[in-house]
Design a binder for this molecule. Sequence first.
Ligand SMILES: Cc1cc2nc3c(=O)[nH]c(=O)nc-3n(C[C@H](O)[C@H](O)[C@H](O)COP(=O)(O)OP(=O)(O)OC[C@H]3O[C@@H](n4cnc5c(N)ncnc54)[C@H](O)[C@@H]3O)c2cc1C
Length: 483
Amino acid sequence: MKRTPIKFSQMRLGESNSALLENLRQIVGSQYILETKSDLAAYIEEPRGYFDSRTDAAVFPATAAEVAAIVTACGKSGVSIIPQGGNTGLCGGAVSQPGQVILNLRRMNRIIGIDPINDTITVEAGCILADIQQSALNADRFFPLSLGAEGSCQIGGNLSTNAGGINVLRYGNVRDQVLGLQAVLADGTIWNGLSELRKDNTGYDLRHLIVGSEGTLGIITQAVLRLSPRPKQVETAFAGLRDLEASLDLLAKARSDSGGSLSSFELIPGLGVALANQHIPGCRDPLDVRYEWSVILVYSGSAAGEGLKEALEGTLACAMEEGIVADAVVSQSEEQTQQIWAIREGLREAQTLEGVAISHDVAVKVSSVPDLIHRATSAGARLVPGVRLYPFGHVGDGNIHLSFLQPLDMNADEFRSRQSEINEMVFDLVDDLGGSFSAEHGVGLLRLKQMKQYKNPTGLSVMAKIKKALDPHGILNPGKVIP
Ligand SMILES: Cc1cc2nc3c(=O)[nH]c(=O)nc-3n(C[C@H](O)[C@H](O)[C@H](O)COP(=O)(O)OP(=O)(O)OC[C@H]3O[C@@H](n4cnc5c(N)ncnc54)[C@H](O)[C@@H]3O)c2cc1C
């Protein structure tokens, strides 16, 4: 949406640090450092176009030792580093400025090994998420992190942002999937915390400090990840609801009926179904009637013959009798399942194609989701008459992607000019409900103002002290996360 000008430092890396660039070439090999504008384009493109990103160089190390050498060399020259994975993050965490070096992990993409007894997979940080999922499946195991960018995001980026996605309800965030980490710290030390243990109460847990730190405390180079049993039965349904409150009634029912097999529960607004149909080729309504609110729910289980389809049909039949669900379809084929998910996966793109969207990734406690949406609808209409609220996502976790779409009779620039008022309204409301202004996307550059405004001051001051202790010269991703 609106590009936020960043105060660029005047230093040009090329002019003042030719010795550093030569040093970096020697560390990685000259073919693994990019310096021209056209070569750098893919690494400075910011997915939402919110920020101008620029750099003079991107380096592509192949080993943790090379990462450490780069950090040491940059540290000596006082040049800061922007760690980067697939560059799909949604809050400007991997945005760089001239005078900074992008360190992209994509060459470090080896699956190091799977331990079937320990139920773990060890990977390099630059592995694409979808490749890890596939490797786990090949070994008849399951890596549950799943999100729209899985074909291009890297596990290092997922860990650094503590990514969530569609399976959090059952498996937790990626933080819950990690047993051990290897990371390069700001002084160039390689911290080898590649533990394969499920229990280890020996002091502070550095793994959890680095997970979610968005590249500000260390550069993740390897990880040991927990695997789960491969689901042998996955049953997917699309249910049109009586009203928004019915989503919570159905969630409670599905939780108690499914015996722990409920793995996804995603809210879909009627406007979302309409726009996905309109803008995304191949999307179509799963039901004959379009309801104002629907959900996708999934029961999945690892034991054969669990009767999950019958259980799901039973939940929905009972919910229909009780008037919670107006109509529902349980998928009968892989193709039908894909059609149902195509709606969910098309929601973000459909909103972009519809015009200007002012988006928020917020969390409240699950029971407050309807209140959040109702209050945001009325407050949004008071602020900008005709604005279209477009809330979707992980209602089972209380995480809603709350977007406001440009009114049909308002031009794009006029709507854009209302962004800060809408943001303030949403974040005040979320704060009032005891929620979070960033549920799963992180802080990056995008939510620095909110960190200052809403984050507990003591917590924020401890974070600043940790950053100072681990990175006293501000070498790693400076200016991100901590205002
Ligand atoms: C279509 C789409 C759907 C999405 N859906 C979801 C979703 O459902 N749930 C969700 O949580 N997120 C979602 N996201 C955002 C998500 O956070 C990112 O896609 C992903 O987790 C970031 O990985 P990346 O490799 O692209 O990281 P990047 O964008 O390259 O970087 C993200 C941050 O991590 C840091 N970083 C990257 N690699 C490392 C490393 N090795 N060591 C230290 N720091 C590093 C960067 O400095 C930056 O601060 C979505 C994004 C898109 C585009």
